[in-house]
Design a protein around this ligand. Structure first.
Ligand SMILES: Nc1ncnc2c1ncn2[C@@H]1O[C@H](COP(=O)(O)OP(=O)(O)OP(=O)(O)O)[C@@H](O)[C@H]1O
Length: 277
């Protein structure tokens, strides 16, 4: 994998990859998103944080076309994709991992990763039959990308293992590899470090940083581990009850009093502030 030179342009000067404007989404009477707006810029690792149930996954589901919003617009690479279907959004260069592992049990690590290439495969089986030589070339190209990612993610030793017998930390790595073989321009990671120990978290953080540097991919990450958020994110938005309560550089954004009280509750936050004074 060829490392590209590191872009030192401040992220605020870079083109906007994802723009969400005034997104609203309800489930029955529950307003999960109450007019959320944010911009993710090219080459950023952008953190989306907030307490449980604050609307993070709902926003990602709106962005990736799984949930249509009740109001607002989503613009990706300058194109309005608000009501575009998930597979068509994937074809525009978006890949995601899921909060709960979405691997195919019983299948090998290799086969799980190969599935991530589906966005680049020709849809017509008939066409593939007539143009078998073209299909062979395509298969070779797909294999090349998959092998490169397996090496990049250091999964060579377990490539033939059934995915359900390997430890959780490695399963998460396989899911990230599956997203990377789609060669995304925009990658969305929903809690990639859930359930990991410190060493596994540091390992995955390294892969995420390397994916950004080596592949130039822009990354939106939902993460509860604040040490990880401050270590790898360029900017952060904090959601609470479907509203943005803080945003900016990670350390400043997450230590805002509104964020502390959203996580700890009002009384505990006051004690926290008194303790810090
Ligand atoms: N499909 C759905 N049907 C009904 N309610 C939903 C649905 N999806 C999300 N919600 C509700 O919307 C709110 C926001 O949920 P969401 O999953 O987006 O939060 P989150 O910030 O991702 O939480 P977590 O950190 O626990 O994953 C919650 O109250 C949740 O119960």
């Amino acid at each position: 994998m060829n490392a590209t030179s590191i872009d030192t342009t401040p992220s605020t000067d870079r083109p906007v990859v994802l723009a969400c404007r005034d997104i609203e989404r309800s489930f029955g009477g529950l307003k999960a998103l109450k007019g959320t707006s944010l911009d993710v810029r090219e080459g950023e690792i952008f953190g989306l944080v907030g307490p449980n149930g604050s609307g993070k996954t709902t926003l990602v589901n709106v962005v990736t076309g799984f949930y249509p919003p009740n109001a607002g617009t989503v613009t990706l690479f300058g194109e309005n994709i608000t009501h575009v279907a998930p597979h068509a959004i994937a074809r525009r260069g978006v890949a995601r991992t899921f909060q709960n592992l979405a691997l195919f049990k019983g299948m090998s690590v290799l086969d799980n990763i190969l599935i991530g290439r589906h966005v680049h495969m020709k849809p017509s089986a008939l066409g593939t039959f007539f143009y078998w030589w073209w299909a062979q070339r395509e298969e070779l190209a797909n294999r090349r990308v998959v092998e490169e990612v397996i090496e990049f993610m250091q999964l060579q030793d377990i490539r033939d293992e059934p995915v359900d017998v390997i430890p959780l930390g490695l399963q998460k790595r396989v899911e990230l590899a599956r997203a990377l073989v789609a060669e995304p321009r925009f990658l969305i990671l929903d809690e990639p470090m859930a359930g990991m120990n410190q060493e596994e978290k540091e390992y995955i953080a390294r892969f995420i940083l390397d994916a950004r540097e080596a592949r130039g991919v822009t990354i939106l990450i939902i993460e509860h581990h604040m040490d990880v958020v401050t270590a790898i994110c360029d900017r952060v938005v904090v959601l609470s009850y479907g509203e943005i309560i803080s945003e900016g550089k990670p350390q400043e954004a997450i230590s805002h009093p509104r964020v502390v009280s959203a996580y700890l509750g009002e009384r505990a936050a006051k004690r926290h502030q008194q303790g810090a004074a």
